[in-house]
Design a protein around this ligand. Structure first.
Ligand code: ADP
Length: 201
């Protein structure tokens, strides 16, 4: 099975920047990576994403179920087939996002979120989770105000809880999580990710 690499962190932490750089490095080294993202990785996920971005007053439970529905489709239709075909998969967000945002952030029961994450992921676990950690203000200042989505525009304390959630998950899973200071220069971060990936390739 090819490695499944997940990128996590608050919006503006640099996930899509690093996914693009890693994808280019992998291609330059003869790999054929699949780059995908949650929740938009499938037609159902795109529809869920439109709801999540377009309706700021969705209940936290509705949000949770939309993300999990999108994930179930994404795993079954996109991620698993690619991994089985031997392609390295790079995903912008996966199950840890739901734990960080819907449980740590929104306050939903962690054991319920964990069960739904497991159900939607169908047993699939990331080979490596790259967590780009950046202070809320640093990440926010990189994002244009008019590009803020529903979750991004929530208040500061919400993002602090989300970041705290990520830090706790990373601390609890040191073997499968790589935590990187997201305020470092782009190339330095890319080098750290590339070095950590070598034993997995
Ligand atoms: P995310 O995908 O996590 O929301 P992006 O990769 O889109 O974050 O990055 C958000 C903005 O910050 C982009 O304008 C990007 O060029 C910039 N950026 C990304 N990584 C860094 C970095 N290490 N240092 C400074 N700016 C960065």
């Amino acid at each position: 099975m090819a490695p499944f690499i997940v990128f996590e962190g608050i919006d503006g932490s640099g996930k899509s920047t690093q996914i693009e750089l890693l994808s280019q490095s992998l291609i330059a080294n003869g790999h054929d990576p699949l780059v995908t993202q949650e929740p938009d990785g499938t037609p159902l996920g795109e529809a869920a994403g439109r709801w999540l971005r377009g309706y700021p007053n969705l209940s936290p439970v509705t949000e949770l179920l939309l993300f999990e529905a999108a994930r179930a489709e994404h795993v079954e239709k996109v991620i698993q087939p690619a991994i089985e075909a031997g392609r390295i998969v790079l995903s912008d967000r996966f199950a840890p996002s739901t734990m960080a945002y819907q449980s740590y952030g929104r306050g939903l029961d962690a054991s319920i979120v964990e069960d739904l994450n497991r159900l939607a992921a169908d047993g699939l676990k990331p080979t490596l989770t790259v967590f780009l950690d950046a202070p809320i203000e640093a990440a926010r200042s990189r994002i244009e105000p008019d590009s803020l989505d529903v979750l991004e525009s929530q208040r500061q304390e919400f993002h602090q809880r989300v970041r705290q959630g990520y830090l706790e998950m990373a601390a609890n899973n040191p073997e499968t999580w790589l935590t990187i200071d997201g305020t470092l220069p782009v190339d330095t971060i890319a080098e750290q990710i590339w070095a950590r990936l070598q034993p997995l390739l």
